[in-house]
Design a protein around this ligand. Structure first.
Ligand code: IPM
Ligand code: MN
Length: 379
């Protein structure tokens, strides 16, 4: 591949602001690698509802299929909150994940040393945390049928359904095992097996799948007590794997460890798991920060671009198979934080807060040297 075909979907709220910084980082990295980037920009979420009447157009899905990767900002906002489920901005993102078969959502949580005192938790609890949440992304309550609200003799009732097949569970657990093998070898499978049938099946299959991976230590954890351990003893965890809604909830909780929801990146992947983790070349992926559209600060230029920039690092690692360049981006972010640079969400009392753009610019400056060292021929 001499060219990276990238679909950019800025979406709503702070999405466009943080993506602009992330996109510039990606351009800089690709330039150093001698790789041309063909950006194609399109609408999703509320922006698409306003312009196209739907949160996601068919031809946008088709463009994504023709691309090597998708970079997405965020969707949603109060303007569209009154809409029914099927036509809300969120339906655009969910529809895209489903249409592209992106069943595995990787949400790494790594605490930067410089931010260990930025959480409401004690620094000694969060320092050194390095965990990976693998969230199942195309099944469970988000997509189960039947799902409806109805009125029966004047009283309303609503139904959502939580289905999981053996295939859906085993493929995501396999990937989690592969990832754990390349890390510290510990896998926590999260469920609610004391109550839910799907969780009992999940637990059974996780045990079977993990037994084929020598070197993996598997533990099962109930989601409620796991939520507690995640903030009381977060260093206990290496890789966690869980169904869609549990993963949605626990990943926002885990963001507290990192100092702000603005810190976390994600990669949504499809296809069979890699035989050698981290070494699969040019795998398609959708990359997006974990945070939402943050309508309260949208348009002010003060959003934290780190989650989006680290999502670009994940793109470099997973789609472009350049773990070294991904690491350089992560190191550049760490260096900028070490020097004391903070966005508003991270700034303590009396500390100056940088704008989204200023922070992005500092990261690119810190990255420039590192890229020259990695790819010397660019001089
Ligand atoms: C996330 C978001 C989405 C989700 C919303 C926007 C549909 O919260 O990516 O975590 O629930 O998956
Ligand atoms: Mn979420």
């Amino acid at each position: 591949m001499s060219e990276l075909r990238l679909l950019v979907l800025p979406g709503d709220g702070i999405g466009p602001e943080v993506l602009a910084e992330a996109q510039a980082v990606l351009e800089q990295a690709c330039h150093a690698l001698g790789l041309a980037v063909r950006f194609q920009e399109d609408r999703i979420g509320g922006a698409a509802i306003d312009a196209d009447g739907v949160p996601l157009r068919e031809d946008t899905i088709e463009t994504a299929r023709q691309s090597d990767a998708v970079l997405l900002g965020a969707v949603g906002g109060p303007k569209w909150d009154h809409l029914p489920k099927a036509t809300r901005p969120e339906a655009g993102l969910l529809g895209l994940r489903k249409a592209l078969g992106l069943f595995a959502n990787l949400r790494p949580v790594k605490v930067f040393d410089a931010l260990a005192d930025r959480t409401p938790l004690k620094p000694e609890i969060v320092r050194g945390v390095d965990l990976l949440i693998v969230r199942e992304l195309t099944g469970g309550l988000y997509f189960g049928e039947p799902s409806f609200v109805a009125r029966d003799a004047g009283a309303r009732h609503a139904v959502d359904t939580l289905p999981y097949t053996e295939h859906e569970i085993s493929r995501v657990v396999r990937l989690a095992c592969e990832l754990a093998q390349a890390r510290r070898g510990k896998l926590t499978s999260v469920d609610k097996a004391n109550v839910l049938n799907t969780s009992q099946l999940w637990r059974e299959i996780a045990t079977e799948v993990a037994s084929h991976y020598p070197g993996i230590t598997l533990e099962h954890a109930l989601v409620d007590s796991c939520a507690m351990r995640l903030i009381s003893r977060p260093r206990d965890f290496d890789v966690l794997v869980m169904e869609n809604l549990f993963g949605d909830i626990l990943s926002d909780e885990a963001a507290v460890l990192a100092g702000s929801l603005g810190m976390l990146p994600s990669a949504s992947l499809h296809g069979e798991p890699p035989t050698r983790p981290g070494t699969v070349a040019r795998r398609f992926g959708l990359y997006e920060p974990v945070h939402g559209s943050a309508p309260d600060i949208a348009g002010k230029g003060i959003a934290n671009p780190i989650g989006a920039i680290l999502s670009v690092a994940m793109l470099l690692r997973w789609t472009l198979d350049r773990a070294d360049v991904a690491q350089a981006v992560e190191d550049a972010v760490a260096a900028v934080l070490d020097e004391g640079a903070r966005t508003a969400d991270l700034a303590g009392p009396g500390e100056r807060a940088l704008s989204t753009q200023q922070f992005g610019e500092l990261v690119r400056q810190a990255l420039a040297d590192r890229l020259v060292r990695l790819v010397p021929q660019q001089r």
